[in-house]
Ligand binder design. Structure first.
Ligand code: ADP
Length: 448
């Protein structure tokens, strides 16, 4: 087992990882920008190192600074969290060259899944159902048209190196294709330095359902259930549930086993998420995330599995201790993302938290590093915490969510908490009748 883990991240996830390390008896190193000197995980870590100024490029994404912090502190492993360097194959490789463990999959697996065309090709080979689409990149307008006719309109033009929904354009018909193809390429080039795009059938009313997998790189792997993350705004998830409520246990086990088998066959090591769109009873692979996800606590809550423990153990070379037929699911869990944003127009709302009273009680978990007097810096993602509730079934879980939201107070800044309180009373949310477009329509007032 590792003796000292450096946590190359910030905010709630840095604290989440620190907690797992402490429970495993591992020393922790927090690295932080000058804007995060007062962060909770920095206070709680055994050691901390300032790795640069506020801008993420100069701190949390600054590989030489992080390597220097490893050297100074003698850390023998790095947990990258999510975002920042978590899916950076070069970083994983550099750590490997310095005999420091990267708590995540191999650089080769990160690379394979980071290129979406390659990821789809691999998924298809491994027997994972995919969205119908072009065989590879479409490099000319004529190629795009040929592929689109074969797939059938509407189609979605997507960036091969895409992420965060950027470089994605819908073409409803042949007339819209040329513009969609060229704007997607321009956007992809600007955002990712790679203008390769491909086509997929555009699904009109899918749900986003994902499967959590864990593997040990030696041919052992399990799935630990599904999550529904259909409530999104601009492709950003805001509300997640486990297990996905719209599919049966039999469907869950079937798609879960397909993903677990793929994980075994790939000899994938660590935690991963296979993401699907689900429409009319069919699953369509969209991507695999080779890291811990923001929404992992809902899975932990219904399985009693600590995903970060498992990541650390496997990265330290231990065999996966989980066996598929021993994994059980208890009740239902919902997570809502507390963002420092206006709950109506979503403008960022950094500043000082003047009063903080988190919810508590049975079935409530809060993952957050904020406290009264904490100053939310303006430089980073607006996520400041997550409220996770659990119940014996979805109805109990929703009632507990309303109760927890009524208790929760964050003053001094605006947060998304009031939005969730409204959503918890929406008939479509209560009945589970929504897809990936529902929240944007609701926010735009175009929902009946
Ligand atoms: P990114 O890596 O940019 O997040 P994804 O492939 O994961 O891209 O897709 C992000 C979101 O875009 C999905 O959650 C879904 O809302 C939407 N999306 C992706 N592919 C399709 C598709 N073929 N049809 C309809 N919506 C899609």
């Amino acid at each position: 087992m590792f003796s000292k883990v450096l946590i190359a991240n910030r905010g709630e996830i840095a604290l989440r990882i620190l907690r797992a390390c402490k429970e495993l008896g591992i020393q922790t190193v927090a690295v932080h920008s000058s804007a995060d000197a007062d962060a909770m995980h920095v206070r709680l870590a055994d050691e901390s190192v300032c790795i640069g100024p506020p801008a993420a490029l100069d701190s949390y994404l600054n590989i030489p600074s992080i390597m220097a912090a490893c050297e100074i502190t003698g850390a023998d492993a790095v947990h990258p969290g999510y975002g920042f360097l978590s899916e950076n194959a070069r970083f994983a490789r550099i750590l490997d060259e310095h005999k420091i463990a990267f708590i995540g999959p191999s650089a080769a697996h990160i690379e394979m899944m980071g290129d979406k065309i390659e990821a789809k090709r691999t998924a298809r080979k491994l027997g994972i159902p995919c969205v119908p689409g072009s065989a590879g990149a479409v490099n000319t307008q004529a190629e795009a048209l040929g592929a689109a006719r074969e797939i059938g309109f509407p189609v979605l033009v997507k960036a091969a190196s895409g992420g965060g929904g950027r470089g994605m354009k819908v073409a409803l018909n042949e007339g819209e294709l040329a513009v969609a193809w060229s704007t997607a390429r321009t956007e992809a080039k600007a955002a990712f330095g790679d203008d390769a795009v491909y086509l997929e059938k555009y699904l009109g009313k899918p749900r986003h359902i994902e499967v959590q997998v864990l593997g040990d790189g030696r041919g052992n792997a399990v799935h630990i259930g599904t999550r529904d993350c259909s409530l999104q705004r601009r492709h950003q998830k805001l509300w997640e549930e486990a297990n996905a409520p719209s599919i049966t246990a039999a469907e869950r086990d079937r798609i879960g086993e397909v993903c677990a088998k793929a994980t075994r066959d790939m000899k994938y090591s660590g935690a991963g998420t296979v993401e699907f769109l689900y429409e009319d009873g069919e699953f369509y692979f969209i991507e695999m995330n080779t890291r811990l996800q923001v929404e992992h606590p809902v899975t932990e809550r219904i399985t009693n599995i600590d995903i970060v423990y498992e990541q650390i153990r496997v990265a330290a070379g231990e065999k996966l201790s989980l066996v598929q037929n021993e994994i059980q699911f208890w009740g239902h869990a919902i997570e809502v993302r507390i963002n420092a944003e206006d709950p109506v127009d979503f403008t960022p709302s950094p500043g000082t938290i003047t009063y903080y009273h988190p919810a508590g009680g049975v079935g409530v978990r809060i993952d957050s590093g904020i406290y009264q007097g904490y100053k939310v810096p303006p430089y980073y993602d607006s996520l400041i915490g997550k409220l996770i509730v659990h119940g014996r079934n979805r109805a109990e879980c929703l009632q507990r969510l309303r109760r927890a939201l009524d208790e929760f107070v964050v003053d001094g800044i605006k947060t998304t908490l009031p939005l969730f309180r409204r959503l918890a009373d929406e008939p479509d949310i209560i009945s589970g009748d929504y897809n990936i477009h529902w929240l944007e329509a609701y926010l735009a007032g175009t929902k009946k």
